[in-house]
Design a protein around this ligand. Structure first.
Ligand code: 6GU
Length: 253
């Protein structure tokens, strides 16, 4: 059986991924061939293995840039291995990665990810390859490797059959039909240091439990992430059906 998604990661540090991919759910997804992750050391694709991958910027300034004549042939060669995949380039200047973006990736057959290092990429790499530029947040990492891991892990969870319980991600924070935070959860003991589990969760009344959870989700979102809600009168009265959610896809445009 073909894996649902083939990921190709182009990086100068493939070893950074090996521990990450060999544990827990990711390991399972790879062993059962739900996903395939191919790590490509970009340096191996240069004509000579000691080839320089980076160079100083024209015009001066700090840092080194990945070279267009190294990166472009490498991406093209890897794309030719199979039907070309959706191409992501990791850069702090990219669109913010979020759950709707992950959902859009989860139906792809192949995702090719280009990880930068140094100060970034020669601009012509973007002009020639026209990748989707992706960032995982407003802070600066040493390179795109951690971002690639975040994308692989998030997308992998959305593939049917990867998580044990088919329902286990449907109610996650930010997921389809629930673009707000997940509700609070409790397990035994019923009381700890004077803190009791909300009575309704012990009631066995599933309609009441559902109502409590919806209300709790909305309250938590208002307190912890009010930016996820468009503030309106409907929010303060906790009427879920009239709450307007910020469309994160539009935010990205
Ligand atoms: Cl994708 N790359 C780097 N270097 N820094 C980042 C990032 C990506 N996303 C957030 N910070």
């Amino acid at each position: 059986m073909l894996p649902a998604i083939r990921f190709d990661v182009l990086t100068l540090f493939p070893n950074a991924f090996t521990g990450f991919l060999s544990e827990s759910v990711l390991k399972g997804a790879i062993v059962t061939q739900k996903i395939e992750v191919n790590l490509h050391n970009m340096r191996d694709w240069a004509d000579d293995k000691h080839a320089t991958m980076d160079d100083r910027p024209f015009g001066g300034g700090p840092g080194m840039l990945l070279k267009v004549d190294r990166v472009v042939p490498c991406v093209e060669a890897i794309q030719r291995q199979q039907e070309p995949g959706r191409l992501l380039m990791f850069t702090p200047q990219g669109c913010r990665f979020n759950q709707p973006f992950a959902e859009s990736l989860s139906t792809e057959k192949r995702i090719v990810m280009l990880c930068g290092r140094y100060e970034g990429f020669d601009e012509r790499i973007t002009e020639i390859l026209k990748p989707e530029e992706v960032s995982i947040g407003d802070y600066i990492l040493n390179g795109g490797e951690v971002a690639a891991m975040a994308v692989i892990e998030t997308v992998m969870r959305l593939i049917p059959g990867v998580l044990g319980d088919e329902d286990s991600n449907r109610f996650d924070s930010f997921s389809t039909g629930n673009r707000i935070l997940d509700c609070a959860h409790y397990t035994r003991p019923r009381e700890y240091r004077g803190l009791a589990v909300p009575e309704v969760l012990l009631s066995g009344n599933h309609a009441e439990i559902d109502r409590w959870r919806k209300e709790n989700s909305l309250q938590r979102t208002q307190v912890k992430r009010p930016d996820l809600l468009v503030t309106s009168a409907s929010v303060s009265s906790l009427k879920t059906e009239t709450t307007i959610f910020v469309d994160s896809k539009k935010q990205q445009e």
